[in-house]
Design a binder for this molecule. Structure first.
Ligand SMILES: NC(=O)C1=CN([C@@H]2O[C@H](COP(=O)(O)OP(=O)(O)OC[C@H]3O[C@@H](n4cnc5c(N)ncnc54)[C@H](OP(=O)(O)O)[C@@H]3O)[C@@H](O)[C@H]2O)C=CC1
Ligand SMILES: O=C(O)C1=N[C@H](C(=O)O)C[C@H](O)C1
Length: 236
C-alpha cells in the first residue's frame, strides 16, 4: 500500500477546517501532519494532530498537499509555504483579490494548484447547466440568488460569481442578491426570466462534508502530479 498523503489543513479551527479534520481522521489514505489556524492553539496536539498558529507556519513539518479553507488574509502565507516546500495547494477560500488569483496562476508553473469556489459535485454540474441555459436563452434576465449562514464574510459568494461568469460567457448579464441568515450551509438559485416564463436552476448544500469530501478527493488526486493549474471538473 502507498504511504498516506501528508496533508496540512489551513483554517483548521473553522467550520470547514473542523469538517476536514473529522473526515481525514476516518481515512487511511491521508494523514494530517499539521493543522493551522489564525490564533495560537489552546492544545498543541489534538487527536494526534499537531496544531500551529499562522505565525508558526514555517515550523510545520513537511507536507505533500495543503488544503486551505481560511480567509483572504491568510491566503498569501499558505501559498508561499507551498511554494517554499514544493507542495501542492488545494484552496476553497473565497473573496480572494485579483492579485491573489494572479499569484495562484503564476504558482501553477512550480507546484500543483487547484482553486475552486465550490467543491460539490452538484455545483460542478450546475455551472455547465447555467452555461447551456444562458446560451439557449439570449435576452432573458439572469439573476443569481445565494444564501449562506450569518457568519459568512464575503458577498456575493464565490460560487455565485463563478456561476455568473459561466452565464456571462454566453452573453448573459447576471445580477446578484445575497441573503445571510442563521446556519444555512449554502444555497444557490440561478433564475432566467422572460415575459410569461421563468427557468430556475438550484443547488442546496445540506452539509459541509460535501465540500470537505470534494477537497480531500482533489488533494489526493493532486498529490504526486506534476506542477500545473488544475480544474476540479477534471478530477471528479
Ligand atoms: N470552496 C468551497 O467549496 C467552500 C469554500 N468556503 C470558504 O472557505 C473559507 C472558510 O470558511 P469557514 O470555514 O466557514 O470560515 P471560518 O471563519 O469558520 O474559519 C476560518 C478559518 O481560517 C482561519 N484563519 C483566519 N485568518 C487566518 C490567517 N490569517 N491565517 C491562517 N488562518 C486564518 C481561522 O482561524 P481561527 O480558528 O484561529 O479563527 C479559522 O480557522 C471561506 O472563504 C469560505 O467562503 C467554505 C465552504 C465551502
Ligand atoms: O462560506 C461558505 O460557507 C461557502 N462558501 C463558498 C462560496 O463562497 O461560494 C461555497 C459554499 O457555498 C459555502
Amino acid at each position: 500500500m502507498n504511504a498516506p498523503t501528508r496533508l496540512l489543513i489551513h483554517g483548521a479551527g473553522g467550520r470547514m477546517g473542523q469538517a476536514l479534520l473529522r473526515l481525514c481522521a476516518q481515512r487511511d489514505d491521508c494523514r494530517v501532519v499539521a493543522a493551522v489556524s489564525a490564533r495560537s492553539p489552546s492544545q498543541r496536539v489534538v487527536d494526534g494532530v499537531p496544531h500551529f498558529a499562522a505565525a508558526e507556519l514555517g515550523g510545520a513539518p513537511d507536507f505533500d498537499v495543503a488544503i486551505d479553507f481560511s480567509l483572504p488574509a491568510g491566503f498569501d502565507a499558505i501559498l508561499a509555504a507551498c511554494l517554499a516546500r514544493g507542495a501542492a495547494l488545494v484552496s476553497g477560500t473565497t473573496g480572494l483579490s485579483e492579485a491573489q488569483h494572479a499569484a495562484l496562476d503564476t504558482a501553477g508553473a512550480r507546484i500543483g494548484v487547484l482553486w475552486s469556489a465550490n467543491f460539490s459535485l452538484g455545483v460542478a454540474l450546475l455551472e455547465d447547466l447555467v452555461e447551456r441555459a444562458a446560451a439557449a436563452l439570449p435576452g432573458w434576465d439572469c439573476d443569481i440568488i445565494e444564501m449562506h449562514h450569518s457568519r459568512k464574510q464575503d458577498a456575493p459568494s464565490g460560487t455565485a460569481l463563478a456561476l455568473g461568469a459561466a452565464a456571462q460567457r454566453e452573453g448573459a448579464q447576471p445580477r446578484y442578491a445575497s441573503i445571510r441568515a442563521g446556519d444555512i450551509v449554502g444555497e444557490h438559485l440561478v433564475q432566467f426570466t422572460a415575459a410569461g416564463e421563468r427557468l430556475e436552476l438550484a443547488h442546496r448544500a445540506g452539509s459541509r462534508d460535501i465540500f470537505a469530501g470534494g477537497a480531500i478527493h482533489a488533494a489526493l488526486a493532486l498529490a504526486g502530479r506534476p506542477p500545473g493549474l488544475h480544474r476540479l471538473r477534471d478530477l471528479l
